[in-house]
Design a protein. Structure first.
Length: 201
């Protein structure tokens, strides 16, 4: 399978090695994704402006991962695609976006996401939870750090872009406290894999 142009939807993994797309790979990914989106007639909002993105970054004290940043500026600011109920824009006023991008969570974006491997709730975690274990409470709180919620599959299932920490740039999925796991090394891989699966590319 090509690593430059993924052929299928990413599966959950225990961990994903840190990777950086070089400039040529990033440009090639953007060109292909833009063409495939046009061919598949995927509905996206208009790209956002550099001014809006830089203002948002300054307000939150971070710089967005480059693959996602370029998608916002050149392809679309949100709309159809993964997650199931669509990709939220930076300024989305959807009720779910307001709840899961509230002022508390957005203050945590600059703090490093502490996970580099999947965390799936276990019997041991349940026992620790019943004991009100401080270490477990710290791990649970760590789920809110350094990640931007991209949208929801419904219920308690959400997708997150890691914006700070060792997993920066990766896309993870959470489901209540039961699941927190990496799915893709970068935003463009994640979106392209969804498009490949749904449109048959």
């Amino acid at each position: 399978m090509s690593t430059l142009f993924p052929e299928r939807r990413s599966e959950p993994r225990d961990s994903i090695p840190p990777t950086d797309l070089n400039r040529a790979e990033l440009e090639a990914r953007l060109i292909k994704l833009r063409a495939d989106i046009t061919e598949a007639e995927v509905y996206l909002y208009q790209p956002t402006s550099e001014e809006l993105v830089t203002s948002w970054e300054a307000r939150h004290g971070i710089r967005l991962p480059e693959a996602y940043r370029r998608f916002l500026l050149e392809i679309g600011s949100g709309g159809e695609g993964p997650p199931y109920f669509g990709l939220w824009s930076l300024e989305d006023d959807d009720h779910s976006a307001e709840v899961f991008r509230g002022s508390f969570l957005e203050r945590e974006l600059r703090n490093p996401f502490p996970f580099t491997s999947a965390w799936r709730w276990s019997d041991e975690d349940e026992e620790a939870n019943q004991r009100a274990c401080p270490e477990l409470r710290g791990r649970v709180r760590g789920r809110d750090l350094g990640n931007l919620t991209l949208g929801t599959d419904g219920g308690t299932a959400f997708w997150h872009l890691i914006v700070s920490g060792r997993a920066r740039g990766q896309v993870w999925r959470s489901e209540a406290l039961e699941v927190l796991e990496p799915h893709a090394p970068d935003f463009l891989t994640w979106y392209q894999e969804w498009l490949n699966e749904t449109a048959g590319f």
